[in-house]
Ligand binder design. Structure first.
Ligand code: F6R
Length: 605
């Protein structure tokens, strides 16, 4: 989950690396560091905490050099300290690493037995020592790196610099993504193409087991079998939206606000005129499948849980949903004629990727991703982009609603292919979907009311979210959003499940957010809400005008949303859930875009 960058440049690289690291800070922000080679000598600067601390340090202790590597860390082995910050070095070797070296303890013992001292608690430092030891024995940097790679177990993306070598960088990947960028007489390495966007759009993705030996003008790639190989160079279009927050205080606020636009964009790609004859789903046929398995993590998992209701109710196809970290080790039998769907914003989540690989050869693999160049997209039989644009806030918002939008289109396609809905019914659903961006814009108008409620929620220690039917996964998503950025304990429950235990938590200090559009389950949700209020619980009811106009004696607060067709309610109701979390976090004064202990891209298991 860390971010790594490398530059063999023609100008001073520290500022360039710092700028790239800024673009990777979403991957982790426990510490950061840069190493460069200046007149053949290796030097480095590291600082605990966010990148700004490293940037301050570089003002007082500048780091010269036209070759360099940089790192922004999400701590795995060893706490966030300067000693544990990357780049790690051993003699004349410096390395940055994203991933986990699983056999590091064994390697460390072996090195220690040979008298090697350690200055950090990290798994990465062992890699630097292994390479340095072999160089000391007379091997070239390339030989030393390749022999070291043979000894490493786990997942890694690595970039190395070597003292005395101004025009050499070696990079390698296994499990964690790595992109090589080519410039004019310059060469770059980055955890993703976004990091390299200010320098180049000519990107080569390394594949599993690849090792790249780079100079400013050449790139030699050696594959897992030790053969020299070529990888395709692509020209990547990077979203310019990365440039600024468009007047918003936080990325999360910007990303919540832009949902009407990005959803409209996603819908245009799937339901626009061209989509009928040449859209991403034109040749896809659901009659090939008898069942669906959906796998994801976190917010993407809740998108899958919501889609299960759609696939089962509208398309009458059974769906099993699992968390990727459980699925991958559960080794579930995969029946013939299974469609396996993997949902991931980043497309790099280690557990989701491993689950996908488990299904390869057993099921047809479809992914729903935000990053079309990601590992999950590239390893799928069909990758459906969600067109959310780059999402920078660590708490996922617009990616979630775009995932839901694409999954709802997929469910409707399944219903059509399987003969469960006729063309007329589908046309009505599609027309309803096209109205969704407008409804989302209206839902955003509730922001001021939500802000007032959130101020009061910020004083709570525990908050419950309740929902029924497809609003149940949204209740869990609302709770996740709230806890990850406000650090208030929150849980999402199916409304009908409350009396089987969680109702014991209710008293006048526990706010309960009830998500209940006026649908066929509304009366049941209201009965559950009454049970909460009878025990002193403070209820915030989120519903439509008809729902909030009902006889609601005792309800503490209401949030009124526009009417929405029942199927698409979870997409619309995501907006108040996100805004509640956002404004509660603001009221608490937490770091909304970079909440503690989290990272945007989870490339370790
Ligand atoms: C929560 C959040 C995470 C991610 C999860 C999966 O706001 O963002 O729960 O949804 O880490 O990430 P992706 O979608 O990149 O696979």
């Amino acid at each position: 989950m860390c971010g790594i960058v490398g530059v063999l440049g023609t100008h001073e690289v520290s500022p360039i690396i710092l700028e790239s690291l800024k673009r990777l800070e979403y991957r982790g922000y426990d510490s950061a560091g840069i190493a460069t080679i200046e007149e053949g000598r290796l030097d480095r600067r590291r600082a605990v905490g966010k990148l700004v601390n490293l940037s301050d340090k570089l003002v007082h202790e500048p780091l010269a050099g036209k070759s360099g590597i940089g790192h922004t860390r999400w701590a795995t082995h060893g706490g966030p300290s300067e000693a544990n910050a990357h780049p790690h070095r051993s003699g004349g070797v410096a390395v940055v690493h994203n991933g986990i070296i699983e056999n590091y303890a064994e390697l460390r013992r072996e090195l220690a037995a040979r008298g090697q001292g350690f200055e950090s608690d990290t798994d990465t430092e062992t890699v630097a020592h292994l390479v340095q030891t072999q160089i000391a024995e007379g091997q070239s940097p390339e030989e030393a790196v390749r022999h070291t790679l043979e000894r490493l177990e786990g997942a890694f993306a690595l970039a190395f610099l070597f003292e005395g070598e101004q025009d050499l960088m070696i990079a390698a990947r296994k499990g964690s993504p790595l992109a090589i960028g080519r410039g004019e007489g310059e060469m770059y390495v980055g955890s993703d193409a976004i990091a390299l966007a200010p320098m180049t759009n000519r990107i080569t993705y390394l594949e599993e087991g690849d090792c790249a030996v780079l100079t400013r003008t050449s790139m030699r790639i050696i594959d897992a079998e030790g053969r020299e190989t070529r990888r395709e160079e692509r020209v990547i279009q990077i979203d310019s939206a990365l440039a600024d927050k468009a007047g918003h205080r936080h990325w999360m606020a910007k990303e919540i606000a832009e949902q009407p636009v990005v959803i409209a964009d996603a819908l245009a790609h799937y339901l626009g005129e061209e989509a009928a004859s040449a859209g991403p789903l034109t040749d896809f046929d659901f009659t090939r499948f008898d069942r669906i398995v959906m796998v994801a993590c976190g917010t993407a998992f809740y998108a899958c849980l919501t889609a299960k209701y759609w696939f089962e109710q509208i398309a009458r196809i059974p769906v099993e949903v699992d968390i990727a970290s459980e699925f991958r080790y559960r080794e579930p039998p995969i029946a013939p004629r299974t469609l396996a769907i993997f949902v991931s914003q980043s497309g790099e989540t280690a557990d989701t990727l491993a689950a996908l690989r488990y299904c390869q050869g057993k099921a047809h693999i479809l992914s729903v991703v935000n990053v079309p160049e990601s590992s999950i997209a590239r390893e799928s039989d069909l990758a459906l982009p969600i067109h959310a644009g780059i999402e920078i806030g660590v708490a996922s918002t617009k990616a979630f609603t775009c995932q839901l939008s694409v999954l709802s289109i997929l469910a409707l396609k399944a219903a059509g292919d399987r003969g469960m809905q006729g063309a007329d019914q589908l046309a009505v659903h599609h027309a309803d979907l096209r109205r969704l961006p407008g409804l989302m814009a209206q839902a955003l108008n509730a922001e001021e009311a939500i802000e007032n409620i959130a101020r009061q929620l910020s004083e709570a220690r525990d908050i419950l979210f309740l929902g029924r039917g497809a609003m149940y996964p949204l209740a869990m998503e609302g709770a996740l959003k709230l806890k990850e950025i406000s650090y208030i304990h929150a849980e999402g429950y199916a409304s009908g499940e409350l009396k089987h235990g969680p109702i014991a938590l209710i008293d006048d200090k526990v706010p309960v957010i009830v998500m209940a559009p006026r649908d066929n389950l509304f009366d049941k949700s209201i009965s559950n809400m009454q049970e909460v209020m009878a025990r002193g619980g403070r209820v915030v009811l989120i519903s439509d005008a008809q729902g909030t106009a009902a006889d609601l004696d005792g309800v503490w607060q209401v949030i009124t949303l526009p009417d929405v067709p029942q199927i698409f309610a979870p997409i619309l109701y995501a907006v108040p859930a996100q805004l509640l979390a956002y404004h509660t976090a603001i009221a608490k004064g937490t770091d909304v875009d970079q909440p503690r202990n989290l990272a945007k891209s989870v490339t370790v298991e």
